[in-house]
Ligand binder design. Structure first.
Ligand code: SAM
Length: 333
């Protein structure tokens, strides 16, 4: 697998500066927060892989079952001899492999461009994908937005962009529209996107998934503090914070917080700054929006796509939506 590390080659210090600036800003606001994109250092990526295999965490296995069902169907809808599959936030590549194999089995040539902020995730992916003479893999370690900027320059082949795992649910409404508009602009007419959406469901199922009985999600969230200690010279006592994740039906989101178990002050050497926590004060980490089928259709159409098909599982827990970019020519042009 060829690998381009956009973060390492030209942005290591920028990346560090951005992490520092985001943490300082996030801990300086009234509702403290840290962006979920910083979960994925090497340990975070390994923990997420374990979460995704845990019996309480339904999203990965549910989406996997949908992709198993549609992997042979997709090449009948997208029937070009050569295709570029670009995956944003590819993770360990288990889902990618299903989609890629559908095209390879249909005797298509596939150029696969996984884009992920985590180099560790990219290594896991490289280990998982099997070699085939019709498959060329070029991994890119980068933020989605940088990855998107590269999309158009890749080639003129038909593109299928994968954005799985309901990663879209981590954005707020404004960020979602911005992201989808950027994505649409980065594609050519007749390109496709396959996007995963976690659906609204019984809150008990949601709460269980984000509070697994092995404590993996708890460890995943607390690891963010360990990462701050290591990379930003923090002195945070991890035992003085607890993980709190719950479903908020008013916003239709799972929400994740870390809650301070004591009144305490932490120091970040890299910023030469201290931050005070009241007893039970929280740090917001993540929203994970839960969707409805009609909401998904509206979102696609509002941002320049047509829905080709919504694919669901037997319990209606999850949808993988196939978006199609169609530029309608004015009949008088
Ligand atoms: C929840 S995991 C999902 C992985 C995989 N798509 C799946 O569905 O199982 C999120 C993945 O996106 C990556 N990621 C998170 N934020 C990112 C960002 N802003 N830019 C690029 N990758 C990101 C993480 O490193 C991680 O591998």
């Amino acid at each position: 697998m060829k690998l381009t590390n956009l973060i390492e080659t030209d942005q290591t210090s920028q990346h560090h500066e951005a992490f520092l600036a985001d943490v300082v800003n996030g801990l300086s606001t009234e509702q403290k927060s840290i962006s979920a994109k910083y979960f994925y250092d090497d340990i975070g990526s390994e923990l997420f892989q374990k979460i995704s295999q845990h019996h309480d965490y339904y999203p990965t296995k549910t989406e996997f079952s949908i992709l198993e069902n549609i992997s042979n169907l997709l090449p009948t809808i997208i029937n070009d001899a050569e295709i570029d599959i670009i995956e944003l936030g590819a993770g360990d590549g288990h889902k990618s492999e299903l989609i890629i194999n559908g095209f390879i089995n249909a005797k298509r040539k596939v150029n696969f461009y996984p884009i992920d902020i985590s180099e560790k995730a990219m290594q896991l992916l490289g280990d998982n994908l099997s070699i085939n003479e019709n498959l060329h893999i070029h991994g890119v370690v980068a933020d989605y937005l940088h990855g998107l900027a590269h999309l158009k320059a890749i080639s003129n082949n038909k593109k299928l962009v994968l954005f799985l795992g309901s990663n879209i649910g981590n954005f707020n409404k404004e960020q979602t529209d911005q992201f989808l508009t950027m994505l649409c602009n980065a594609l050519n007419n007749d390109d496709y996107v396959l996007m995963g959406f976690d659906l609204k469901k019984d809150p008990a199922i949601l709460n269980k998934a984000y509070n697994d009985d092995a404590g993996l999600t708890k460890a995943f969230n607390l690891n963010l503090l360990t990462r701050i200690n290591r990379e930003l010279g923090g002195d945070i006592d991890i035992t003085q914070f607890m993980h709190y994740g719950f479903y908020n039906p008013y916003r239709s989101t799972m929400e994740s917080y870390l809650i301070s178990l004591a009144e305490q002050t932490i120091t970040l050497k890299a910023a030469n700054q201290t931050f005070h926590f009241k007893h039970l004060e929280s740090i917001h980490l993540e929203y994970s929006h839960k969707f409805t089928p009609s909401g998904i259709t509206k979102l696609a159409e509002h941002n320049g796509f047509e829905i080709t098909q919504l694919f669901s599982d037997e319990k209606d827990y999850f949808i993988d939506a196939l978006f199609h970019k169609i530029v309608h020519k004015d009949m008088y042009d």
